[in-house]
Design a protein around this ligand. Structure first.
Ligand SMILES: [Zn+2]
Length: 364
């Protein structure tokens, strides 16, 4: 019985993988060559954001002349059609090695969620379990890799699961093990430093949000996203504790850190209209990291661009690794503070940081 159950769970996960492929397969391409450049626009004059490789498949977003815009892990980019083939409606062209053999034997109309299968296994550390079936809902808690959760229902792309905290929802896509070979973040070690903490609240918002809570919220969302993309993430502090600035830099220095990201929010209570995001580096060679992150943050968030530049902050001054400190917005502005409390806006900030990192790793 136990064995049968396990096989059922594995089948469900395979079906999840498959269904994602099938829905995307009508507009997918397969790369035919190795090291094909992905560019920021439809032409060779646009900058290179990364590369894709033979046999990888990607959803197509649009076409312009000989160029196709594709969806990569966490970002989009353009590839020239010379090096790709269109998959059309052929689900067999899936290259997911984990599921190839099974896909052939399963009809394309199989339901994703099999009512006989009553539990799922969490595939990633810190998988978000939310209050409702959308990222607009709050996170109830983070499940650990290997956790088994009873499935009680299904809503669109979400599975309803039973947890110690009550009913929760997990995005089906999070249950698929990603190889992340194309993300540029696979295998990278990223240290995330949620500013302030413990007795040090940091800045206080127009409606009394604390900077330390918001930096921690952003840090957790960022951690989740980077982990999904194959990065190893280290946090400099947990939710409650205070950690000294020099210890935060030391964490980064003693590890094989590829990037150190310190998260902060700003406040000028006397000038509640002031808004904007700024990104700072200390050591000259890390200026590109700050520049890419700032550019992507503004693009995603739509907040005021306060620019990037040199900043004499201890956590990046004492840091020997590529480090930036980001001031992600003014919590003294009531509208920004309100936005920052929403998951949707937090996601935009996280996407900006992740895209900036991808850009940096693709070119450094
Ligand atoms: Zn701060």
């Amino acid at each position: 019985m136990r064995q049968r159950k396990r096989i059922g769970i594995i089948l469900t996960l395979l079906l999840l993988v498959m269904s994602i492929h099938i829905t995307a397969s009508t507009e997918e391409l397969m790369v035919q060559e190795d090291n094909v450049n992905v560019r920021s626009g439809p032409g060779t004059n646009y900058e290179v954001l990364g590369q894709v490789h033979a046999d990888e498949t990607y959803p197509i977003l649009q076409q312009q002349g000989d160029w196709l815009e594709i969806q990569l892990d966490g970002y989009t980019g353009w590839v020239i059609s010379d090096y790709i083939s269109l998959n059309g409606n052929n689900p067999d062209s899936s290259t997911n090695s984990e599921s190839d053999s099974t896909i052939d034997s399963v009809p394309a109309t199989s339901p994703v969620y099999d009512a006989d299968v009553d539990a799922i296994t969490i595939q990633h550390e810190q998988t978000q379990i939310r209050k409702g079936p959308s990222t607009e809902y709050d996170i109830i808690y983070f499940a650990d890799k290997g956790d088994r959760l009873e499935v009680t229902g299904e809503v669109g792309e979400w599975l309803q699961v039973k947890t110690d905290e009550g009913e929760g929802y997990v995005l089906k896509a999070l249950l698929v093990k990603k190889t992340a070979s194309t993300s540029g973040l696979a295998g990278k070690t990223i240290v995330i430093d949620p500013g302030h903490g413990g007795d040090d609240s940091g800045a206080i918002g127009a409606n009394d949000s604390l900077e330390k809570d918001l930096t921690y919220k952003t840090a957790r969302e960022l951690e989740q996203e980077l982990t999904m993309l194959g990065a190893e993430v280290i946090m400099t502090r947990d939710e409650m504790t205070f950690v000294s600035l020099s210890s935060r830099a030391t964490v980064s220095n003693v590890l094989d850190t590829d990037a150190f990201i310190s998260l902060h929010y700003n406040s000028v209570p006397d000038l509640p209209d002031v808004t904007g995001i700024g990104t700072y580096y200390y050591h000259d060679q890390y200026e590109p990291l700050a520049r890419y992150i700032q550019t992507e943050l503004i693009k995603e968030s739509g907040d005021n661009d306060r620019g990037m530049g040199f900043g004499d902050f201890q956590v990046i001054r004492q840091n020997a690794k590529p480090g930036v400190l980001i001031e992600l917005g003014f919590i003294s502005n009531p509208e920004i503070e309100q936005l920052l409390l929403t998951n949707a806006y937090q996601k935009k900030l996280v996407t900006g940081i992740v895209n900036g990192l991808q850009h940096y790793f693709a070119t450094n």
